[in-house]
Every structure is written in C-alpha cells, then in structure tokens.
Design a protein. Structure first.
Length: 502
C-alpha cells in the first residue's frame, strides 16, 4: 500500500499580499523564515474534468522539498489525503489506478499549469518544534487546453505539521481574520485556476442545490446514487488495502442490488436485473477477501480465549499460513477485477441508469404509499423464512434455512434504509431491528463457515503429523455458539414482529 499523508490546511486571500505577525498566537514562540521556493506544477485531468468534479487533484511538480507526482483526495473541508510518487514523464501507473473509477478509459492529460513563488515560514514552539508551515504564494495560472486564458493571484496557506494539534489552526485563523485576511473562496489552487482561466462562454455556473426527493422514484434513485458514489469513492481505498474498505464496497453493491429487487415497482427490472447480476459478480469477487477477514478474526479471537492447557500443536502458525496463502492470491485477483473492462462497464451502466432512470408508473406515487408497501412485502418474505427455520429440527436443513433468512433480513434492512428519509422513525426502527436480527443470524452463519474451515485446517494438520486436538475444541465451541443463537432467535423474532410499524 502506498504511503498516504494526511494534509490539514487552510487557505486565505487578502488585499494586502503580506503576512500578518503571528508571533502572538498562543503556543507560537517564533516565526522562522525559510526563504522562497519556486514551484512549477502541471495538473492532469480528463477533457471533461472528472477529477476536478470530485475535488481530486493529480499533479506533477518540480521545485520545493517534495518534487514529484502528487495525488490528493478530499476527506473533509481543509483536509486531504496525499499520495506521492517519484518524478517521471508520464502519470505513474500506481496513481492512475487510484483514479480509474472516475477516469474509466478516458485519457489523463495536462489541463493547467501553476507556477508559484512560495515565501515560506515555520511556526515553532519554545522547544523549536515546528507546529505549522505558513506560506504566501504568488500564483500564475495558465490553462493548457482549448482557448483558455491565464490568471494570477496571491494567497496565504497555513498547513498543520504532521501530528500537530488542529486547534492551532483555529488560533491562527483568529489572528489572520483580525488582520483583515479572509478565507479563500476556492477549495484549492486548481479549483481557482480552472474557474479563472476557463473561456468566458464556458465558465462554470455555480452548482445548483440538489432538489429534495418528493416522489417514490426520487427517494429510490437517491438511495441508488448514494451506493454508486460509495463504490466509486471506495475504489482507491480497496486498491490500497485500507482496513474495512472491501467490506464497505461489498455492502454498497448489496444495498443497490437489494434496492433494485425491493423497489421493482419503481425501477423497471428488465433494466436493473442485468445490472444487479453484475453487482452480484462484483460482490462475489469482493467477498473472497471479506470472508477471509471475518474467519481469520473469529479464529484468532477464539484462540486467544483458550487456556494454554487446550492449545496443542502449532495451531497459530497453521492459521497464519492459511491466512497468508489465501490473502496473496485474492488481493492480486481483486486488483485485476478493478482494472477489468467488466468492472468499468458496470460503473458506466450505473451512470447511465442514473442519467436516464427506467422509472415505472409507481415512481410518480407518494413515497409513504409506494415505498411502505415494498418494505412490508420484504418483511412478509422474511417472516415466512424465519418461521420455517424455527419450525425445523436442528441440523443441516435448519442451517440452510437460517442462512436464507439472514439474506432476507439484509434485504429488508436495506429496503428500510432507503425508506427512512420518506417514512421517518418507523423505517429507522425497522432498520435497527433488522440489523439486530441480521447480526444474530450472521453469527450463526459465521459459526457454520468457521466449522468448515476448522475441518479443513484439522485435515491439513493431521496429514502433517500434528495434533488436531485444539481444532476439535474450537469446533465444539462453535457448535455451542450456533446452538445459543438458535435458542435466542424465537424471542428476538417476537420482539421484531411486535415492533413492526411500517
């Protein structure tokens, strides 16, 4: 995984190009002059500026202390994650991959050149430790595409040092405002450059506020759009192996696919079913890593709970070997999936669906009627599955029935989540109760999968001449956990039914 630096900064502009005195800021003992750096940066984007639309910047910069390629993703106002790569003539593959979910097959090309004379200063405490870097940048911008023009301005930038206290930025902000300095109207130099160098007839209008959802179709599409955005935004994190990113992307695919099925009276399933099939494929590819993560965490925790007297043989080493062997292959395959044309076409199909949604007659209806009916239908299916599972004797058939009930509990939960903005508290409460039911049934399914894994590990250990005693102990404990779930289920299900208000 590439190193990522968290950049926390604030930008300002002033009619006076100088820097106000900051020595009086609490905690700042001195302002150290570091001289002037001459920076030359070329920013890359697609011809329709897809990266800029997502507030992402990709640049090649020379000069200063960190010359090279820089890719920045927005985290929050004034906060970005920066990933760097060494200087090269073309966009590094490592960075190009991280923006592929936005760029798709479009070409990345130079769009803007920024040359800055940066007057640098460090804010240091009494021990000489750097608290923040302050700069006064004289910027000259030149658009490199079309018939765009040029622009120039001066801005102030305050960037928190690594590990610094964000409260310092508030103190500096207060001092700057008293001196007449005002926050910049642009989130970044690139955003300002694009706005000020664009041909007049192509200048961007201010983005209009999104219209609040009114109809059933509005609400369903808002939920689908949220999941599409989550998949696209999580793509770089999955490629970098960020913790829990695979799981979160997989959940987004499931939420969307469930919405297509639950709200088939709103969106035409002859259009959404093929997309749902591709979402199922993607979820399956993502699931290889996720299932491994869940099983590894569960088995590791179970081993930690065992007394030493019940540990026999190199069980931890065997588990570690199994985990690492599966991890390497699945990670390489998953990266290939995200680079595949099949995945990129799926993203294109989601964009097309949202641009021209296949709305049916019910989409124009009142959400409290159309959406509530769909949620109740899902809940009815869930009720049948749970009742059937409870009626079965413990064993293989009940295990399968509980697994089907768990999947339907997920669908009902996602349908309730989509309904919450329209139906309010009843849908929110249903979503919560579905989560509780899903967690209980999920524990049962995890126990089932863990027992299968224990049988596999035990067989490998036995073939290697190792003791299989500990695997048997763990297997027995997992059986007990599954039985406990089955005992709890009737009571929880009764509570769920009694609380259903949609």
């Amino acid at each position: 995984m590439a190193d990522t630096k968290r950049e926390i900064e604030r930008k300002y502009e002033s009619d006076d190009s100088g820097l106000p005195d900051l020595t009086g800021v609490a905690g700042v003992d001195a302002v150290v002059d570091k001289g002037v750096a001459h920076l030359d940066a070329t920013y890359y984007d697609t011809s329709d500026e897809r990266l800029a639309a997502s507030a992402i910047t990709l640049r090649r910069r020379t000069g200063g202390s960190d010359a090279g390629w820089h890719l920045k993703f927005p985290v929050a106002p004034g906060v970005r994650d920066e990933i760097q790569a060494p200087l090269s003539d073309s966009v590094p593959r490592s960075l190009a991959g991280l923006v592929r979910s936005r760029v798709r097959d479009a070409e990345l090309r130079p769009v803007v050149r920024l040359r800055s004379d940066r007057d640098l200063r460090d804010l240091v405490d009494a021990a000489g430790r750097v608290l923040a870097e302050v700069s006064v940048d004289a910027v000259r911008a030149e658009r490199l595409t079309g018939d765009g023009g040029s622009a120039q301005w001066t801005e102030l930038e305050v960037e928190l040092a690594d590990g610094g206290d964000p409260a310092l930025l508030d103190k500096v902000d207060k001092r700057l405002r008293k001196a007449g300095v005002r926050p910049s109207a642009s989130a970044s130099k690139l955003a300002r450059a694009l706005a000020e160098t664009a041909p007049k007839k192509k200048r961007r209008k201010k983005q209009q506020q999104a219209t609040p959802p009114v109809t059933a179709g509005d609400h369903v599409l808002a939920f689908v759009r949220e999941q599409r955005d989550a998949i696209v935004e999580l793509d770089p994190a999955v490629r970098q192996d960020v913790y829990d990113s695979v799981h979160r992307m997989r959940v987004a695919t499931r939420r969307m696919r469930s919405a297509f099925r639950s709200y088939g009276k709103v969106l035409d399933r002859s259009v959404t079913d093929p997309i749902g099939g591709e979402l199922k494929w993607l979820a399956g590819e993502l699931g290889v890593d996720r299932d491994r993560e869940v099983l590894t965490e569960r088995l590791t925790a179970a081993l930690d709970e065992l007394p030493r007297t019940l540990l026999s043989g190199p069980v931890r080493t065997r588990l570690r070997t199994w985990m690492n062997a599966r991890r390497g292959g699945s990670r390489r395959r998953l990266t290939g999936v995200l680079d595949s044309q099949r995945y990129l076409k799926l993203l294109d199909s989601l964009d097309a669906l949202l641009a021209e949604p296949p709305l049916l007659e019910a989409a124009a209806g009142k959400p409290e009627k159309v959406i509530a009916k769909a949620v109740r239908k899902d809940f009815g299916k869930l009720s049948d599955l749970v009742e059937q599972a409870i009626a079965l004797e413990p064993g293989h058939d009940r295990d399968l029935a509980l697994h089907e009930a768990r999947k339907e509990a997920k669908r009902t939960r996602y349908a309730a989540e989509a309904a919450a903005p329209a139906l309010g508290i009843p849908a929110t409460e249903l979503s919560r109760s579905m989560k509780s039911l899903q967690n209980l049934l999920g524990d049962h399914q995890d126990s089932f999968m863990t027992r299968q894994t224990l049988r596999e590990l035990s067989a490998v250990a036995h073939a290697a001449g190792e003791s299989s005693f500990t695997y048997g102990v763990l297997y027995g404990r997992e059986e007990a956990r599954a039985t406990a779930v089955e005992v709890q289920l009737p009571g929880l299900w009764q509570e769920v039914k009694d609380g259903m208000q949609v």
